[in-house]
Design a binder for this molecule. Sequence first.
Ligand SMILES: Cc1cc2nc3c(=O)[nH]c(=O)nc-3n(C[C@H](O)[C@H](O)[C@H](O)COP(=O)(O)O)c2cc1C
Length: 198
Amino acid sequence: MTEAYVLVLYYSKYGATKQLAHLIADGVEAAGMSVKIRTVPNLATVVTEAAPSIPDEGDIYCTLDDLANCSALALGSPTRFGNMAAEMKYFWDQTTSLWLSGALHNKPVCVFTSSGSMHGGQESTLLSMLPPLFHHGMLIMGLSNVHPALSNTKSGGTPYGVSHVSGTRHENSISSDEKALCIEQGKRLARVAKQLQG
Ligand SMILES: Cc1cc2nc3c(=O)[nH]c(=O)nc-3n(C[C@H](O)[C@H](O)[C@H](O)COP(=O)(O)O)c2cc1C
């Protein structure tokens, strides 16, 4: 039997959502659980050839088995017009077999995002990621207000999930509050996954 793990699945074009993913993974490991970090391929308007199954660099692409066998999931996408990126939506549109088998039933899940501007639609993006997760029967988790960074942050961080404000030219690094919330979200997800496993 393979070791239980939390899957951190993200799409990132410019690297900000990827940074959040890796910080959440740090939190998962700090809470004593194994983690798999996975991404999804870019989409092109004109498709001439399929993307390789393993990218040339960076985190590897998520397979349906990676998703089906996780104990918990952290799901991240950049904010795209207040919505999740098409790349991530496309990935979920290929998960019908897992929906039919109930592979994700009762597994905890949280969401995260990065946007260019402060009021550019982070919350709507986080909410846009939830419907497929509800359909898969997952247990939706946010962040608790007991963490002071959630009230003190001057940039990203929402009760719906962690976030980062990258700036319109990707000039902002992850703030200390955003980082603390990523770690906390990873820890919280791992703790709940362990409790559900009994
Ligand atoms: C097509 C497109 C749409 C975007 N829409 C928004 C938006 O609605 N609000 C916003 O604040 N930023 C928007 N952005 C900016 C990205 O959300 C921002 O650069 C984000 O940090 C990118 O994440 P990444 O570095 O993980 O790719 C958009 C970017 C693109 C390319």
